[in-house]
Design a protein around this ligand. Structure first.
Ligand code: SF4
Length: 234
């Protein structure tokens, strides 16, 4: 399979690339199986339903109307060179390139970095709880390498922490933020968990999901640790 496999497209968004009007491409394939995943239709790198050439023609028609194209998924970097080549073609049209990634492919991130303008990197849980959330025992190390690369390379990025109360408590959140602060991360987004599965053992209460946002002491702690904190509790 040499061409990029695209599973979905959002034609206009103001929230997926900071400060820019954007479209989002959802790429096929993800190596993780997060307990809260709302995009299981993108798990496997099968044939995507979108023709990449037609999507590129559509992207060309957005010149002057949109400012950025965001590569998401699934895992945006799982398709390796096919994704990098497509990014290059989109960037040549004058769009900024954004990437939403779980950080599982630090080597691909490094090769793609010359064509990327901004990254949203998921830091999903503490090292101890990572596997129970994502179903993969090397995912934390991979994400950590990607984070190290982004800091060293100077790519503009935010670390995103989705506060699923089944896998993160307040103490975990502090520990993740502490790790980010020690590494020199400048922007962290604290994201409210929206249940995709909410039956039986997976049930969470509104209070449990809100606890990270209505604790003034926790907010003060995090705001003091990281220069730019985005609280996404909508
Ligand atoms: S990384 Fe994203 S797409 Fe992959 S399983 Fe987790 S939530 Fe789903």
């Amino acid at each position: 399979m040499s061409d990029i496999q695209i599973g979905g497209l959002v034609s206009f968004t103001t929230i997926d690339y900071p400060g820019k009007l954007a479209a989002v491409l959802f790429l096929m394939g993800c190596p993780l199986r997060c307990a809260y995943c709302s995009n299981p239709q993108f798990f496997n790198v099968g044939d995507g339903p979108y023709d990449p050439d037609k999507v590129l023609e559509w992207i060309k028609s957005r010149v002057g109307k949109l400012e950025a194209i965001v590569f998401s998924g699934g895992e945006a970097l799982m398709q390796g060179d096919a994704t990098i080549n497509y990014m290059q073609r989109v960037r040549d049209l004058g769009f900024a390139i954004g990437v939403h990634t779980n950080g599982f492919y630090p080597d691909v991130l490094e090769r793609a970095a010359p064509f990327i303008d901004w990254v949203g990197l998921d830091y999903k849980a503490t090292r101890e709880k990572y596997k129970s959330l994502v179903g993969n025992d090397i995912a934390f190390e991979r994400m950590s390498k990607s984070l190290d690369f982004l800091i060293k390379h100077g790519t503009e990025f935010e670390v995103r922490i989705t506060c699923d109360p089944r896998f993160i408590n307040k103490s975990d959140l502090r520990a993740i933020v502490d790790d980010c602060a020690v590494r020199g991360v400048k922007t962290v987004a604290i994201q409210k968990y929206t249940p995709y599965f909410d039956e039986g053992d997976n049930h969470t209460t509104a209070d449990a999901r809100e606890q990270f946002f209505n604790d003034a002491a926790l907010r003060d702690y995090i705001n003091a640790k990281i220069p730019n904190v985005i609280w996404r509790n909508a």
